[in-house]
Design a protein around this ligand. Structure first.
Ligand code: NAP
Length: 277
C-alpha cells in the first residue's frame, strides 16, 4: 500500500518507534493520527511533522481503557475519518522473572500491547470492512519467537500480539483488509528508560543481532507497508537467527538461556531466598 494521502493511526506515537514511524510516514505523504497518554509529547512530535509540511493530529488517550478507546474512535471518525492504516504499537513492560511480577503488573502488560490492540482494531474494523480496504499492523518482538529468561509476562504479551495477528488474518479472509506483524530485536529507544531493569536482562546472545535505531525501525515499517509484507522483520541477522532456531532449536534455546539473566544466587536451586532464622 502506498502511504501518500492515506490516513495512518499510530498508538504509542509520543516516543520511540511510534514517533519515528509517524515522522517517516508523514514524509511519504500520509496524514498521521498520533495516540498516546502524554499530550505534550504528542504535540512535540506533531509540531515537528507540521514544520516539515506534513499533516499530523494528536489524540491523548490511554489505550488500555476500552471506554476511552471507544470515545476517541468516535471523535477520530467524525473529525478525520476512519484510518486506512492502524499501527498498534503502544506497549510497555518491565522484564521480570515470573515470581518477581506483581499480579497487577502482569495484567497491565497484557492490557498494553495486546488488549489495547484488540480495542483499537475493533473500534475501526467495521468502517474498514465497509470500505473493503485497510491495513492493521501489530507490533510484536523477537520474544514472540524466542523468549529468554527473566521477561515472562513481557514475552507472553508479545506472543499474544503474534497470535492476534494470525487470528485476525484468518478472520479477515475473503476481505481486502490485511493484518501484518512487526518483529524487531533490540531497538535503541526510550523503552529502556521507561522500563527500568530491563536492559540489564538483554541476553548476551543479542550481540549476534545488530541493535537498530528508531529511525531504522520506522524505515522498515514504511518499506513493509509499501511492499505489502505480512511480516516486517529487521535486521537481516534476526531472520538468520530465527532460521537457525527453526532448524536447530536446541542450540539456539541453550544459547539464549545460558547468556540470559540469572536469578539472584539465593533464589537458585529451589531456595525461595527466604532468610532462615
Ligand atoms: N525498544 C525495543 O527494543 C523494542 C523491540 C521490539 C519491540 N518493541 C515494542 O515496540 C513498542 C514501542 O516501543 P518503544 O521502543 O518505542 O518504547 P517507548 O519509547 O517506551 O514507547 C512506548 C509508547 O507506548 C505508549 N504507551 C504506553 N502505554 C500506553 C497506554 N496505556 N496508552 C497509550 N499509549 C501508551 C507510550 O506513550 P505514553 O507514555 O505517552 O502513553 C509511548 O509512546 C512496544 O510495544 C515495545 O514492546 C520494542
Amino acid at each position: 500500500m502506498q502511504l501518500k494521502n492515506k490516513t495512518m493511526l499510530i498508538t504509542g506515537a509520543s516516543s520511540g518507534i511510534g514517533a519515528a514511524t509517524a515522522k517517516a510516514a508523514a514524509r511519504e505523504g500520509a496524514r498521521v493520527l498520533l495516540l498516546a497518554r502524554t499530550q505534550a509529547k504528542l504535540e512535540k512530535v506533531a509540531a515537528e511533522i507540521q514544520a516539515r509540511g506534513g499533516e499530523a493530529r494528536v489524540w491523548p488517550v490511554d489505550v488500555s481503557q476500552p471506554e476511552q478507546v471507544r470515545q476517541v474512535a468516535r471523535q477520530i471518525t467524525d473529525e478525520a475519518g476512519a484510518p486506512d492504516i492502524i499501527f498498534n504499537n503502544a506497549g510497555a513492560g518491565r522484564w521480570l522473572f515470573t515470581e518477581e511480577t506483581e499480579m497487577g503488573e502482569a495484567a497491565e502488560m497484557m492490557a498494553v500491547p495486546y488488549l489495547a490492540a484488540f480495542y483499537v482494531t475493533q473500534a475501526f474494523l467495521p468502517a474498514m470492512l465497509r470500505r473493503n480496504s485497510g491495513l492493521i499492523l501489530n507490533m510484536s518482538s523477537v520474544a514472540a519467537y524466542l523468549p529468554w529468561p527473566g521477561a515472562t509476562a513481557y514475552a507472553a504479551a508479545r506472543w499474544a500480539m503474534r497470535g492476534f495477528t494470525e487470528a485476525l488474518r484468518a478472520d479477515l479472509h475473503g476481505t481486502n483488509v490485511r493484518a501484518a506483524l512487526i518483529v524487531f530485536a533490540k531497538v535503541q529507544s526510550d523503552f529502556w528508560a521507561h522500563n527500568p531493569g530491563s536492559e540489564e536482562r538483554v541476553p548476551g546472545a543479542q550481540a549476534m543481532i545488530p541493535v537498530i535505531t528508531t529511525e531504522q525501525a520506522a524505515a522498515a515499517v514504511v518499506r513493509g507497508i509499501k511492499r505489502d509484507r505480512r511480516v516486517i522483520m529487521t535486521p537481516f541477522m534476526l531472520r538468520v537467527v530465527l532460521g537457525m532456531d527453526a532448524l536447530f532449536p536446541g542450540p539456539t534455546r541453550w544459547l539464549l538461556n545460558n547468556t540470559g539473566a540469572k536469578r539472584p544466587l539465593n533464589q537458585q536451586k529451589g531456595s525461595l531466598g527466604v532468610d532462615k532464622a
